[in-house]
Design a protein around this ligand. Structure first.
Ligand code: NAI
Ligand code: SOE
Length: 381
């Protein structure tokens, strides 16, 4: 008999769907002592909620997250709502003794995230942040190659995350999806939304960032607010570029914008080491480009690894060699690893402390953009 893990999901938007899909699929492809049970889903609109619950198989609904958190028949609270709600919900859930999976960025800023870390540590509840790109097989392979020392000393880390969906000045701020343009709901613009992914991956692959020097821009200064109906100042950064120094001595550039016409979700990173380099592109997520200078000169060149074989990360659990997987699978892998962590007692990461580390970098980037100075990144205690 498997142990039921009764999930209470808050938010049924983009991530509510991605997470529900992961809970539904994980048991079909990964072994675990635990079984995910879709116990309840919560959002404010009862009619939409009923439709969502019916489609995905949730047993019950709640329209107030506080009631969900107070329920005895929920083991895990999954936070898939706009960023300004993460802290309050997570702290209440920790106090109620629930496990917590929280969407990224962990909080609006480091100060809020510190309180979330303190809450889960005090309650000793398992916790994780949905930085899902860590779970793309090609990215895990990159981590393996780095940890095996194949790249040698790292000199450069180069990441970008480009989109183009906010160029239209008539696009309003606020409400479903568009809360990302409202600084009160989002905390920041591309820095906390998109660069947070790049930062999380980089901290995992390349260690701590010591200091940053950043610039940001808000190209469209005012937008109508969907909730108030008024034209209001835009408080988010539409674009951000920053330089960083890692503790291992490597130099980095990070860039993100929602104004790169033609790019929808171009997340790429390249890492250059003394022996080898790697390059990854979310638009081609099952591939890892790898150059190894130690190859015989006559056949040396960039290798284009199609990460789809059974001895590559996660892939033995899916189809036969050569048949690739995609975006949704990163979420399935994250749940699988979380369940493994519960079973083995070795918690899966990124946990809230890792989420805090990313929020500290985001804070330093935004501070630097305001001051125009190099800024030190706060260290995790
Ligand atoms: P969304 O706008 O599609 O959905 C937000 C959901 O929150 C909606 O169902 C809305 O009804 C619900 N909601 C809002 N206020 C609520 C309240 N007071 N009580 C209950 N429900 C409430 O947003 P999306 O894209 O799903 O983003 C949610 C979170 O996931 C954000 O933190 C975002 O940064 C993160 N995210 C992460 C991604 C990743 O790659 N890991 C991708 C997209 C979003
Ligand atoms: C923004 O468009 C967005 O959905 C981010 O919120 C996600 O975190 C990113 O993975 C994809 O883009």
């Amino acid at each position: 008999m498997k142990k039921p893990l009764r999930i209470g999901l808050i938010g049924y938007g983009f991530m509510g769907r991605a997470h529900s899909n992961a809970y539904a699929k994980v048991g079909h492809f990964f072994d675990s002592d635990y079984e995910c049970v879709l116990q309840a889903v919560c959002a404010r609109d009862e009619a939409n909620l009923k439709t969502f619950a019916g489609r995905w198989g949730y047993k019950s609904i709640e329209t107030d997250w506080r009631k969900l958190v107070a329920r005895d028949d929920i083991d895990l609270i999954d936070i898939a709502v706009p960023n300004n709600l993460h802290a309050e919900i997570a702290i209440a859930a920790a106090k109620a003794g629930k496990m917590i999976l929280c969407e990224k960025p962990l909080a609006l800023n480091g100060r809020e995230a510190e309180k979330m870390v303190a809450a889960v540590q005090k309650a000793k509840v398992p916790n994780m942040v949905w930085y899902n790109y860590r779970r793309c097989p090609a990215v895990v392979l990159a981590k393996q190659l780095i940890d095996e020392g194949r790249l040698g000393k790292i000199f450069h880390y180069r990441a970008k995350f480009l989109q183009d969906w906010t160029i239209n000045p008539d696009l309003p701020q606020g409400g479903t999806g568009l809360w990302r343009l409202d600084v009160k709901a989002a905390g920041s613009g591309v820095t906390g939304d998109l660069l947070a992914h790049c930062i999380d991956t980089s901290l995992w692959l390349n260690g701590n960032i010591d200091s940053v020097s950043a610039m940001t821009e808000t190209f469209i200064k005012e937008r109508k607010h969907n909730l108030t109906g008024k034209v209001q100042k835009v408080g988010i950064d539409d674009a951000c570029a920053f330089l960083a120094r890692f503790s291992n001595g490597s130099l980095a550039t990070f860039e993100s914008t929602r104004y790169a016409r033609g790019h929808k979700a171009l997340y790429t990173f390249e890492i250059n080491g003394e022996h080898a380099s790697i390059f990854w592109d979310l638009h081609d997520l099952h591939r890892l480009q790898y150059f190894d200078h130690r190859d015989e000169g006559r056949v040396r060149g960039w290798r284009n690894l199609h990460v789809s074989d059974g001895d590559q990360p996660y892939l033995k659990n899916w189809w036969v060699p050569g048949l690739q997987i995609g975006y949704e699978h990163s979420f399935v892998h994250q749940v699988a690893d979380f369940l493994d962590g519960l079973q083995s007692g070795k918690p899966a990461r990124p946990d809230f402390k890792d989420g805090l580390a990313t929020d500290y970098v985001v804070d330093a980037v935004l501070d630097s953009a305001r001051s125009g100075r190099w800024t030190k990144v706060k260290k995790i205690r």
